[in-house]
Design a binder for this molecule. Structure first.
Ligand code: ZN
Length: 262
């Protein structure tokens, strides 16, 4: 005699699949929450500031006559800026040691965490070995048209077409310019009698593809013997770091979330 349980094998598998679906649906909010937690944290609870120490590894940048390398100045300064920011901000360094990262990967890192602000630090004097001044760059247009293959829509009704990654800075232009002027104001008092502090707009690879306000602080060139000695002084670096972090703090306190989004 064959005893049946009341469920045919077909019914059993049907019930099994329904149960699995119920469990999957119940668990879905948990997965969604976990998946979004990082971004919510960065966006809402703590504003994330990316501090980018230029160069690294074999990419030493400018080199001083005494052997001091730009990559070491930028890392030391980036660490100081990060540690002098108020704890309510989340500071992330694009590199934390002596290694190089592709410029595109630095931008990708900042975009991935939904950073509020991007500060790149260099000490090469803007390609002038004799430079004795600070230049604060904010992104500008390319001098020649680039490929539009990697494009996307901003969803902004003012859009006239797809925005390419090399033009994404345009929607943060006003804020980038404002951050640059705040950094200039904070750094100006540190310039020597023959020094200078200026703001310039330029198309720099280091600022390309950043979907957030971004600036590049180009300190005096470490290749200048007088500057090299100054950059080796922790007291001077600490003053520069304090100036940059006070400008960041000023910016983040004044700019509201809607303003940061275009
Ligand atoms: Zn550099």
């Amino acid at each position: 005699m064959i005893v049946t349980s009341g469920f045919s094998p077909r019914t059993f598998f049907k019930l099994l699949s329904v149960t699995a679906c119920v469990f999957a649906l119940a668990a879905l909010p948990c997965f969604v929450k976990v998946g979004m937690a990082g971004r919510e944290h960065y966006k809402d609870n703590n504003r994330t500031v990316i501090i980018d120490p230029g160069h690294g590894g074999r990419e030493i940048g400018a080199k001083g006559p005494g052997g001091f390398a730009e990559k070491d100045v930028t890392l030391a300064l980036a660490r100081m800026v990060a540690s002098s920011l108020p704890p309510r901000y989340h500071a992330v360094l694009t590199r934390t040691g002596d290694y190089n990262i592709d410029i595109a990967d630095r931008a990708a890192m900042a975009n991935r965490v939904g950073a509020t602000l991007y500060i790149s630090i260099h000490a090469g004097g803007g390609f002038s070995p004799a430079a004795n001044g600070v230049i604060i760059f904010y992104p500008g247009p390319a001098t020649r048209p680039r490929s539009a293959s990697a494009s996307f829509s901003t969803g902004n009704i003012a859009d006239t077409g797809p925005l390419t990654w090399d033009r994404v800075y345009e929607r943060h232009l006003r804020q980038s310019r404002y951050m640059a002027t705040l950094a200039k104001k904070a750094l100006e008092p540190l310039a020597g009698a023959d020094g200078f502090t200026v703001v310039k707009q330029a198309c720099l690879a280091q600022l390309e593809g950043m979907d957030m306000p971004a600036i590049l602080v180009e300190l005096d060139s470490v290749a200048n013997p007088a500057v090299e000695a100054r950059l080796e002084d922790p007291g001077y670096l600490s003053a520069v770091a304090t100036a940059i972090s006070s400008a960041i703090n000023h910016f983040l306190q004044q700019i509201t979330e809607p303003e940061l989004r275009y």
